[in-house]
Design a binder for this molecule. Sequence first.
Ligand code: 13P
Ligand code: SF4
Length: 368
Amino acid sequence: MSIFNELMPQYQLMPDAYREIPTAEMERRVREIKQKYGDELLIPGHHYQRDEVIQFADVTGDSLELARLASLNTKARHIVFCGVHFMAETCDILTQEHQHVILPDQRAGCSMADMANIVQTEEAWRLLTEQVGDTILPLTYVNSTAEIKAFVGRRGGATVTSSNARQVIEWALKQRKRILFLPDQHLGRNTAYQLGIPLEEMAVWDPYAQRLLTDKNPEQIRIILWKGHCSVHEKFTTAQIADMKRRDPDIRVIVHPECTHDVVVAADDAGSTKYIIDRIHQAPAGTKWAVGTEMNLVRRLAAQHPDQQIVSLNPDLCPCLTMNRIDLPHLLWSLECIDRGEATGIIKVPEAIAEDAKAALERMFEHV
Ligand code: 13P
Ligand code: SF4
């Protein structure tokens, strides 16, 4: 194979002509296809998606809600998933054979999910079990590849989302003495800390150095945190919180648990995407918020609640670049491909991986 072939993407890219179509025309064509397909077409949209896309979502939610809704829907033959790759994989794992899941832009990955690959994970497991024996239960944030979910499922572990990490970690620590938490060190640390586990009983596993970053005896460690993070949520800092509070002591700071531990401790409140949305929906008029999560959601919350003052904790924050790859032209293109009988961007997890990954997802549903 030539170097040129190797560098070419393995998936189809949207023709440039779609960028030239006026917005009103694109919206009209999306509406027409939605009407034509009715229940046969489902468009789930994650809360971090752009407004231009979310306006066409049949269901919106965080990753837990979207996974649950996917497992309940049996009618839709075409599921056009507006979110990122790992969410579309989860949707494929939880839906049936006659349904196919499409990601409108195959480049919509998640940098956090890419921070743990299966080769690194198997090697970590081998080295860790050599040190502490059969005492570890693996858990993975749903922000991980299907292969990692399958790895966890095969070993009796479960997936978690930011909405249920607490319950799943509590359950896991009743099964085994310690857990390996992939791939987001911050969600793992923040949740375990909330459960009363001291930081001294946690250590980070560095997949490149292939060792635990601690000088303690591994026997003392109960929470092994994979060295991964979200590049969007890691940009929030305690300096931003101090700055907000200095300018307005009444402002309430609320952040996602993918933020670093010092930020979560310094904030007034912390919780999953759904938790943040619910807190703001329930707050009285006049409440002031600085929100530490993805920009599209913060902007939407501000527009929905003009009676409250809602700003991003980091005014310079970029939105999640991969979530933002799904835009109106890509949505229209993928719908028109389906309509021509040439669906593209289909996400299909191989059977053997899907089966074990499903076991990990089902164990999560059992405990929430
Ligand atoms: P939720 O589990 O809150 O939907 O978060 C998904 C995500 O990607 C957050 O960065
Ligand atoms: Fe991944 Fe972070 Fe984007 Fe969520 S916000 S999809 S964790 S990169």
